[in-house]
Design a protein around this ligand. Structure first.
Ligand code: PEP
Ligand code: MN
Length: 327
């Protein structure tokens, strides 16, 4: 149940009363959400005179829903504003390979206008015999590169036991597609005071993605960035995944979190990255996350889908133009 009050103060009081009565209740401005209550009679000290509107029907991802939080969430990191009318370029190598390489990639992305430097040091690989990432050493190289050029850092965390370690270095935690429903990882991250970039699982519905986001929000972390990165469909011969372009306007209707497009993992092939990225922009993403490499053939991971810095510049110019046109 979501109750919209006439006065913000009444909403705040109602939440306190509910918590004192051991009910889960969240407040946002003039609205209180009671995720486990479906009857008005169960709301402690309910006073109809103070109420503007009752939303009996709402999704289970109540805090993530626009019914509870109508305006866009804007996430502020040291170098970026993510969400709302902002367009954020995040880019970098798939994996941190060396200090010199990540610095070179950081300089290239920064020059193009990117503000978030991506790169994995804990890699979710299909085979245990392939490169697994540099671990803490990679986090250090990544942090140093981001600091040297003045960018934010985003890196994947795969295990709830690594929260303190990764938090020592990163500005934004990435939860990868394979861990989108790793609920113990989500619960561990829900108490962190840093944004989470949550990627849609390759077999996850839109509601699955939003319920995963709700695990973060329920625990207190509503600095959430959602990423459409392609889902598995019956055809993966020519693209690695199927970029669900329709999910973007749907997500923008359902939730207030920023939506970012990842065309790299959807495409799987560098020549498809730009068209898919531009489709994502036309559908309304608030930013892109792109894999780059100066020598894609030599990349440790995902080289076939990496753009060169020159290709990223061309993509970004077109993406910015589409964003301008639509805003
Ligand atoms: C990545 O960002 O390199 C990655 C592994 O992405 P995903 O979780 O979307 O497959
Ligand atoms: Mn990758």
């Amino acid at each position: 149940m979501i109750i919209q009050f006439n006065q913000v103060e009444d909403a705040q009081k109602a939440q306190k009363v509910a918590i004192a009565a051991k009910k889960i209740a969240f407040v946002h401005q003039d609205r209180v959400a009671y995720p486990q209550i479906s009857q008005i009679s169960e709301i402690p000290n309910y006073d109809a005179k103070k109420v503007k509107k009752v939303y009996e029907k709402h999704p289970t991802y109540v805090k993530s829903s626009r019914l509870f939080h109508p305006e866009d969430t804007i996430i502020r990191t040291p170098h970026s504003k993510i969400g709302g009318n902002n367009f954020t370029l995040m880019a970098g190598p798939d994996s941190i390979e060396s200090a010199a390489h990540v610095l070179k990639m950081a300089q290239a992305v920064h020059e193009i206008g990117g503000t978030v430097l991506r790169g994995g040091s804990f890699k979710p690989r299909t085979s245990p015999y392939t490169f697994q990432g540099l671990g803490e050493e990679g986090l250090k190289f990544h942090r140093e590169a981001a600091d040297k050029v003045g960018m934010d850092m985003v890196t994947e965390i795969m295990d709830s036991r690594d929260v303190d370690l990764v938090s020592k270095y990163t500005d934004i935690f990435q939860v990868g597609a394979r861990n989108m429903q790793n609920f113990s990882l989500l619960k561990a991250l829900s108490t962190q005071n840093k944004p989470i970039l949550l990627k849609r699982g390759m077999a996850a519905t839109i509601d699955d993605l939003l319920n995963a986001a709700e695990y973060l929000a329920a625990g207190g972390n509503d600095q959430i960035i959602l990423v459409e990165r392609g889902i598995r469909t019956f055809d993966n011969k020519y693209t690695r995944n199927t970029f669900d372009v329709g999910a973007i306007p749907v997500l923008k209707q359902l939730t207030h979190y920023p939506i970012i497009g990842d065309p790299s993992h959807a495409a799987g092939f560098s020549e498809l990255v730009t068209p898919i990225a531009l489709a994502a922009c036309a559908a309304g993403v608030q930013g892109l996350i792109i894999e780059i490499h100066d020598h894609p053939k030599q990349a440790f991971v995902d080289g076939r889908q990496a753009l060169t810095p020159d290709q990223l510049k061309i993509l970004n110019d077109k993406a910015q133009a589409i964003h301008q046109l639509l805003s």
